[in-house]
Design a binder for this molecule. Sequence first.
Ligand SMILES: [Zn+2]
Length: 358
Amino acid sequence: MKKTNATLADGREIVYFDLDDSAVRELVDPRDLPAVSTASQFRLDPLLDEWVAMASHRQSRTFLPPDEECPLCPSSDGRHTEIPASDYDVVTFENRFPSLSTAAEPPQVDAPNPLVPMRPGFGRCEVVCFSSDHNARFADLSAAQARLVVDAWADRTTELGELDGVEQVFCFESRGKEIGVTLSHPHGQIYAYPYLTPRSSRMVDVAARYRKRTGGDLHTDVLAAEREARVRVVAESTHWTAFVPAAARWPVEVHVYPRRRVRKIPDLDDAERDDFVVLYLDLLQRLDRLYDSPLPYISAWHQGPVVDTEELGYLHLQLFSIRRAADKLKFLAGTESGMNAFITDVLPEDVARRLRDI
Ligand SMILES: [Zn+2]
């Protein structure tokens, strides 16, 4: 793998990841771009003690452009995209419409509420293009290409985790306009947050309580129990297990765990990365055959906090969909949206069996 760093016309960082060690990438972006907005801010919800990001400048971002105007395709024939190269393998760059930015400025607010602390929308939002092929799906990638994506995730997790003030790095893919994806080119995103997100914070607290009560590691024990029970296991490989969680919230939900407890993607060794790719590509292909149409999904990497002194994190992937039938989507209704109390109308054991049988 060869890595090449360059800078876009407005100063954003772009990084090329190439399979070919002799690849030479374009270092100059000929566009004339306005400066990136740094107007986002965080406000603390005093009732839940959770930070909320305000990024009103994102309203003007590119929304479902026609294929020939895709900003994530390589540049060609005088048309300049976000990637100033005629081809690429995997590329990551800072989002032009970032929710969080390392250059975010202190918020200016009239009559702030003293119970609502505010701070700049500091952080980083990057885009990861999985392939230069506009019509590819992640599931179509070759094992070598998918492995390059894993290496890019690992690289960005390490680099962004080293930025002063970043406490968590989140790599994810959202696919399908049904869940709000605004560009159809195969891509994912990476967020670097200046705090531990609510879900991760809760998971760390719960794991700490479990350790105190039992002396054990919660994630290790959950994985062992699922492997023992078998009924919710969808697929297994030498180093990984994919299972439907016993208390799944979504109509389709699969968790993928490495057998060896590691905290972050960069901690995975070569054999674990290669093995993950084989299992993951198989899993994605199964998901697309579930309803004989591309399944809208979110694929979310749960990594431990940047500073995890108590070592409570356990790297795992949460892959889930809002599609509950071939022609029906699950929307977050009153009980989910209002109370964060989930109700699902499918049994995890049935979902696991259907995915296994595909
Ligand atoms: Zn494209």
